[in-house]
Write a protein that binds this ligand. Structure first.
Ligand code: SAH
Length: 444
């Protein structure tokens, strides 16, 4: 028989906890303690809309940063703090203080979790994950590592589609323009995977991560753009036609692209085509190869004191081409990083105009071929030798060409040390960036 006891919660015996979803919007939740446990719990409580009262003489800087969204009483706990509470988190590092809170909760019949002693608590916090409007909560019998592990497996399976939550997917007809990242399927976003899992039709580019397409269920129609008839504009019209036609048939169409769909991806042409046809269209941003591919081989596009700008340029036209929209002379006069896409063919000519315009021929250059993919390789060279090295090393697209001293920062064994200009610390007006932010303190 389980009975009430004055000196603590009822013994649980072997009874499993009874799961429930608390709807805390607008309801008072009291968090006692301002350390790392509170720091993990409070953001989730805020996200649930709870009216959080935090009681603690000291709090972590992260909690202090939340002060505008919660009420913080900077003192020790008093029983009156529980007056309007629906739910309580006892998370001090002092077991006696937690005991005091949970005993008072027990007396008032308020459920209370305890950071120090789950067996003495009336409620437990599950390991939580969220996916496409689903909340996954896992409780292992007071074994947080186990519950987190199971939660991670469920979340992973939901995200990669191994575990299908089809009933929860958005099935509205229309087109979703999805950026798939640079190639490694691990660099596709959760939103990209969700969109793929909800598709009736997937129209995929050559550079979209192929491995994710293998995971598509058999009923999904796959249109491979690489196999459409050749010729750039004809291909684009055919793509526009197919996405609009399928959406008009009531299908949910995912237009799946490499990197980000709006970075040299002709994505906005497809948005316009959908709008012109009256077909609903939405956009899932992707991780663009222009930043991610250099990062994946350890090259930063900016570095404090070395590069305060980076410019991403399409090199698909040679510099002297009448339709070129790039001011190569201006680019040559800048000192920051230049990231060239679609530039393998014209690399030599581009290097020449950059040198002619003032960039030293010794400027370090990295050519990253098939970045983040199994055949990835990096060719290190200089602006002066770029054209010849592309030939000599048989570089073929897709490749990203990174021009600038950041390459020397990342490959010091290969290049002389670059000049580093460390900004002096200056005071800024209130509300401005922290001193030295132009060089990237990384604090924002
Ligand atoms: N929308 C894409 C870029 C499309 S343009 C994005 O945001 O990443 C195509 C060019 O991108 C290629 O010619 C190449 O220069 C570059 N690129 C894309 N993926 C790449 C990869 N995995 N490795 C190297 N270069 C890549």
């Amino acid at each position: 028989m389980l009975g009430e006891s004055q000196d603590g919660p009822s013994p649980e015996g072997d009874h499993p906890p009874y799961p429930v979803g608390l709807r805390l919007a607008g309801r008072r939740v009291v968090v006692v303690g301002g350390g790392h446990v509170a720091q993990r719990r409070v953001p989730a409580l805020i996200a649930a809309g709870a009216d959080v009262l935090l009681v603690s003489p000291q709090v972590t800087p992260a909690l202090e940063g939340l002060a505008g969204e919660i009420t913080w009483e900077q003192r020790r706990f008093e029983p009156g703090d529980l007056d309007d509470a629906w739910y309580v988190v006892a998370a001090t590092n002092d077991p006696h203080a937690n005991e005091l809170v949970s005993t008072e909760c027990e007396r008032r019949r308020i459920f209370c979790v305890r950071a120090d002693d789950a067996s003495a608590a009336s409620a437990w916090t599950p390991a939580v994950g969220r996916h496409a409007g689903l909340t996954v909560a896992v409780l292992a019998n007071r074994e947080p590592r186990k519950s987190a592990g199971v939660r991670d497996e469920i979340m992973g399976a939901l995200q990669d589609g191994t575990l299908s939550a089809r009933a929860t997917h958005d099935r509205t007809p229309g087109v979703v323009l999805v950026g798939g990242g640079p190639g490694d399927p691990a660099l596709a976003t959760v939103a990209a995977r969700q969109a793929l899992a909800s598709a009736d039709v997937v129209v995929a580019d050559r550079l979209a991560p192929r491995e994710l397409l293998d995971e598509l269920p058999a009923h999904v129609e796959l249109v491979d753009v690489a196999k459409l008839p050749r010729g750039r504009s004809a291909t684009q019209e055919a793509i526009n036609d197919v996405i609009v036609a399928r959406a008009r048939e009531g299908k949910r169409v995912v237009r799946f692209k490499g990197g980000d769909g709006f970075v040299f991806g002709r994505g906005y042409e497809e948005v316009l085509a959908c709008q012109a046809a009256g077909v609903p269209v939405s956009v899932v941003p992707g991780i663009t190869s222009s930043i991610a591919v250099p990062a994946a081989v350890g090259i930063p596009v900016t570095h404090r004191g070395v590069a305060h700008e980076f410019t991403v340029i399409s090199g698909h036209l040679p510099p002297d081409h009448p339709q070129s929209l790039v001011e190569w002379g201006a680019v040559a006069r800048m000192r920051g990083t230049v990231v060239l896409l679609m530039a393998v063919h014209n690399a030599g000519a581009i290097a020449e105009v950059l040198v002619a315009g003032g960039r030293p021929a010794s400027t370090p250059v990295a050519v990253v071929v098939e970045g983040t993919m199994p055949e990835e390789r990096t060719v290190l060279t200089t602006l002066g030798a770029l054209g010849a090295d592309i030939e000599a090393q048989s570089v073929r697209p897709p490749a990203i060409i990174v021009v600038g001293d950041v390459v020397a920062v990342a490959r010091p064994e290969h290049y002389p040390a670059p000049e580093v200009v460390v900004p002096e610390r200056t005071s800024h007006a209130a509300g401005d960036a922290p001193a030295g932010a132009a060089g990237g303190t990384g604090q924002d």
